[in-house]
Design a protein around this ligand. Structure first.
Ligand SMILES: Cc1ncc(C[n+]2csc(CCOP(=O)(O)OP(=O)(O)O)c2C)c(N)n1
Ligand SMILES: [Mg+2]
Length: 559
């Protein structure tokens, strides 16, 4: 309880800083190491979501960071709490997402004895975060929390870990609050913009690739207007399809795993590549084969908010240290010295053709047809969440993202992300429909957060593509070691019964035609729901089968 004098506990000071920095949601698993913070939550206006595992809590915070551009916040306990949370930290790192995680820590006078659950967080999280620190002095709580928010959110965003010793949290102090942190926009200078305009108008077949973070709907719209003016094709990189309206006449498609061969060809034959916001990591770069390293074989412009990313892998002809939001705003006023007519119309036609119709699949449930049904029937403000597995290939191929923040999924390919992300999205936007799409393996990595969804009355639908295998790994296995199945089979629970046991709604679909009705029932239940799809394991990607991969590999080995 708050005292009447102007003294506050360090924990109260900390929670006050969160409010000042605009935090509305925190996600946690409680621990005795930060009881004073839990008590300070009691009197605060923060929406606290108590989770079932710290990995879920950290991924929820990560999802908030992804769609708001402001640090998502989670609290975990020392030792096992912190290590459980590490996948969320790793996602925030690879996905360039602002996140601040507070870790309850042992008392200061016990340090270095390997006290109960003691860890050296700087050592544990040092290579995964932008900054890891520990607060020793309660008077410095406002300063350090402020720096944590600035660091997480600015430049190339990422995770920050702040350890908070339990004895420090209960000390009482009189200390002024920090001012709210600010998002710092780095804007392109006139010299770079002039050079960019020159390069663009000298090109005949340019293409723009969008990726990374520090985007907004306004930035996406501004890129759309610029692209339309110059017929510039715009593609998105792996799991960033929500950065551009898929039905915009300049949208060229998604550059990720198994991209449209025509899009790959277009990029390879382009005479100017403009990469905005992204890093072009292993997946979008097609395992670093698309462009020569360090100097790409085509003129290359790289726009990135983190100066340390410019020249890190690709040495561009023109490097622009700017946030995508500021770069997009600058394009609105950019005149080209000579008019440009890019090949946007052809690129968009290629995209529509590639994504229009589901492909043939073995089995009675065609996942492509279901994705097309979801695309055509879900309202435009729906949010799609998923983790990792081959099932996601159907989302990338057939679902058409229409607006910023519509797709919440890890570019880091971390399984188990979809359920916690859906919990976070429904907490953040109770009015918006949320659909989580998960594999059977993927779902159970954080399926326990279904209990969190039930606890907070969060009605969203989880579509579980149940093929009884860790499909992605089986696919690789059949390619490299055909016929030698090892550790990729799954014996699954009854997923609809699982949902019901938790207090949700569950239904199973065994034929494509039954899906619309089952989905409608799931939505009408008003509860967190699981729609389980019985997927033939042979249907391993939208374009091939396990049997074909095995046969091809065996033939190659025998030849
Ligand atoms: C946390 C984590 N562990 C392991 C992997 C390796 N991995 C990638 S996909 C995959 C299988 C996914 O299986 P499932 O969710 O059933 O989807 P499917 O491929 O069968 O569609 C595995 C094990 C990973 N990406 N992330
Ligand atoms: Mg599976």
């Amino acid at each position: 309880m708050r005292a009447k004098d102007n003294m506050r506990s360090a924990a109260e000071v900390l929670v006050d800083q969160l409010r000042i920095h605009g935090v509305r949601h925190v996600f946690c698993v409680p621990g005795e190491s930060y009881l004073a913070v839990l008590d300070a939550f009691h009197d605060s206006e923060l929406a606290v979501t108590v989770c079932r595992q710290e990995g879920g809590a950290a991924m929820m915070a990560e999802a908030i960071g992804k769609v708001t551009g402001r640090p998502g916040v989670c609290f975990v306990t020392r030792g096992p709490g912190a290590t459980n949370a590490s996948p969320g930290i790793h996602i925030a790192r690879q996905d360039s997402t602002p996140l601040v995680m507070f870790v309850g820590q042992i008392a200061r006078d016990m340090r270095e004895r390997e006290a109960f659950q003691e860890l050296d967080y700087r050592a544990v999280f040092g290579s995964m975060t932008k900054w890891t620190t520990e607060i020793d002095d309660p008077a410095r709580v406002p300063e350090i929390v402020s720096r944590a928010f600035y660091t997480a959110a600015n430049g190339r965003p990422g995770p920050v870990v702040v350890a908070i010793p339990e004895d420090m949290l209960v000390e009482r102090i009189a200390v002024p609050d920090a001012p709210p942190f600010a998002l710092v926009e780095t804007s392109p200078g006139p010299v770079e913009l002039k050079q960019f305009a020159e390069m663009l108008s000298a090109s005949r077949t340019p293409i723009m690739l969008l990726g990374g973070s520090r985007w907004s709907q306004a930035a996406s719209d501004a890129i759309g207007r610029f692209a339309q003016k110059h017929s510039l094709p715009v593609a998105t990189t792996f799991r960033r399809a929500h950065l551009f309206d898929a039905l915009h006449p300049c949208y060229a498609g998604d550059l990720g795993i198994g991209p449209n061969p025509k899009l790959l060809e277009r990029i390879k034959s382009s005479d100017l590549v403009i990469l905005v916001g992204g890093r072009l990591g292993e997946l979008p770069s097609q395992s670093y084969t698309l462009f020569d390293i360090p100097r790409p074989q085509v003129p290359f412009v790289h726009v990135h908010p983190g100066v340390e990313e410019l020249g890190r892998v690709y040495a561009p002809q023109l490097a622009i240290n700017a946030t995508p939001t500021a770069f997009a705003a600058a394009l609105e006023h950019l005149d080209l010295p000579r008019p440009l007519r890019g090949e946007a119309a052809a690129a968009h036609t290629d995209y529509l053709e590639w994504t229009e119709k589901p492909t043939e699949q073995p089995g009675a449930v065609n996942f492509g047809a279901i994705m097309v049904w979801l695309r055509d029937n879900l309202p435009p403000d729906v949010i799609i969440c998923n983790g990792a597995g081959n099932y996601a290939a159907w989302i990338h191929r057939f679902f058409r993202m229409r607006r910023f923040g519509q797709h919440v999924a890890p570019t880091s390919g971390s399984m188990g992300f979809g359920v916690p992300a859906a919990v976070a999205m429904k907490r953040l936007y109770p009015e918006r429909p949320v659909v989580c799409i998960a594999g059977d393996g993927d779902f159970l990595m954080n399926g326990q957060e279904f209990a969190t969804a039930v606890q907070y009355n969060l009605p969203f639908v989880i579509v579980v593509a149940d093929n009884g295998i860790y499909g992605t790994i089986r696919m690789h296995q059949e390619r490299e070691y055909p016929g030698r199945i090892s550790a990729t089979e799954l014996r699954n629970p009854d997923f609809p019964a699982y949902a019901r046991a938790f207090g949700g709604f569950g239904i199973s679909v065994e034929r494509t035609a039954d899906f619309p009705q089952a989905f409608a029932e799931a939505q009408a239940s008003g509860k967190p729901a699981i729609v389980r799809l019985e997927i033939d394991p042979d249907a391993i990607t939208p374009v091939t089968t396990l049997a074909k991969i095995r046969a091809k590999s065996l033939a190659a080995k025998n030849s």
